[in-house]
Every structure is written in C-alpha cells, then in structure tokens.
Design a protein around this ligand. Structure first.
Ligand SMILES: [Mg+2]
Length: 257
C-alpha cells in the first residue's frame, strides 16, 4: 500500500533530546519525496498547539506538516502560512466528552490530589485552568504513579491517561493519539492501510497498535513496550534513533509498498 498519510510523534521521534532540537538531515529527503508522492503529514504530539509550532520552528524541517494533532487529542490543519484552524468538529466533541467525564471524576481528582500531597516528586499540572495531569521526578516514579491512578479510578472505567515518560495527561479512555489519527484519516478519506504512524513512547501506543495505522514503526530509542507493539503489528523497528529512524522507516515502507 502507498503511504498517503504520515503521522509522526515529535519529541523523541522527529527530534532527539539534544539541546538545539534540530532534526536529522536525512529526514529532509524522506519528507520531501513523500510530499512529492502526494502524501500528507501530521505531527501527532502531546504538546499543546502553540508549543508544537514553537518546536517545529526550532526543528528546521523542510516544510510544515499539513496537520498538527496536539495535546494527544486535537486536530488542526494549516490553512495558510503560520495559520492553523480546528479541522472538523472533533476538537469540540472531544472537549465536551472530556468535560462531561471530568465532571463525574471529582472523587478521582481528590484522591489524586491526596496522593500528590503525600508524595514528594509528583507535580500537578494544569491546562486551560483545570487539573490536567501530573509530572514525576523520574520514570520509575511515574510507573508507580500510573498504577495508583489506575487504582483510584477503577470505578470510573472511562477515566484514563496518556503517559509520556515522566508526564501524564488525564483523558477519556477513547481520546488519544490513535483515535484522533483515525478521525483525521476519516476526514481525509484515507483508509488505515495507507497510514504510516511512527512514535517512541507510551502515549504513542494507541496509534501503533494497528487500529489507526496499517503501517507502524519506531526509532531505535523507542521504549521497550513500543518496540514490542510495533513488532507484534508487523511494523518496522529502525536501527537508527529519532529523525534518522523516521527517515529510515519512511524509506522502508516506500520500498515495500
Ligand atoms: Mg515521544
């Protein structure tokens, strides 16, 4: 199948964690030839839109993506240079769904606040004026915190979270990078078989589990669970890290398609 829609995570996938945050040179060629073939590209990130756009500016990519899927949820499209707008009614719909769920989750949030008060190294994060997630001092602490959040929300099965290393964002179980990518494919009329998704961390798993994309890949720096899910879905684990790995995966699926 040809690649018609590319969905890439940003941090740890397009760019490494080096201080200048520039992406790999080999990615230039891969993205340019993919665009020439008629494919469109979406950045699918946990960053909020403004922060994703700031990252794009610093990354010095050959061109902007046509779409940005931000906060592991919202779909934006580029309408003119430097201008982005919500695409379809997904953002409004999922915001309503989230608010409705959070309205029923007060006891969960209280339990989470008690947890963060009693433990050093957990920071509470707010977005749009509401409790949105947590940050922990290290990854092992986030492993434990994730278990505790699961325990305190067990009676509210729709309550979930997207986890990225030491970051956690609370969400509705059905709102994540995978469901927003599925919606983007639906809006564009591109079937999952023609979608390539590439990511490196836990919050990328919903777009790498085969439901949203028929082609899946990860760079060599991806965490173990991501590499496993990519292999399980006949995907491609690149021997190269970050941007090099993304370029390699694009070339790999362009050859086999
Ligand atoms: Mg990442």
């Amino acid at each position: 199948m040809p690649i018609r829609l590319l969905s890439t995570d940003f941090d740890g996938t397009l760019i490494g964690h080096q201080p200048d945050a520039r992406t790999a040179k080999s990615l230039f060629g891969a993205l340019t030839s993919l665009r020439r073939s008629g494919a469109v590209w979406a950045i699918n990130t946990g960053r909020q839109l403004w922060f994703a756009l700031e990252g794009l500016e610093q990354a010095h990519l050959p061109h902007d993506p046509e779409y940005v899927l931000s906060s592991e949820k919202d779909i934006y499209r580029r309408v003119e240079e430097g201008s982005w707008e919500a695409f379809g009614d997904w953002n409004a719909k999922t915001e309503k769904q989230t608010l409705e769920l959070f309205g029923r989750a007060e006891h969960v949030f209280s339990a989470i606040e008690r947890l963060t008060d009693s433990e050093d190294g957990i920071e509470v994060l707010y977005e749009n004026g509401r409790l949105a997630g947590l940050m922990t001092a290290d990854s092992a602490m986030m492993d434990r915190t994730a278990e505790l959040v699961r325990e305190v929300s067990v009676d509210l099965p729709e309550f979930s979270f997207n986890r990225n290393d030491v970051w956690m964002r609370f969400t509705h179980r059905e709102i994540h990078k995978g469901s927003s990518l599925t919606e983007l494919g639906r809006l564009l009329g591109i079937p999952r078989e023609e979608v390539l998704a590439i990511g490196d961390h836990h919050n990328d798993i919903p777009m790498l589990d085969g439901s949203a994309a028929g082609m899946v890949a990860c760079p060599s720096n991806a965490v173990r669970e991501v590499q496993e899910i990519v292999r399980r879905n006949q995907g491609y684990v690149s021997p190269h890290p970050w941007g090099e790995g993304v370029a390699d995966a694009i070339r790999h699926f362009s050859r086999v398609s």
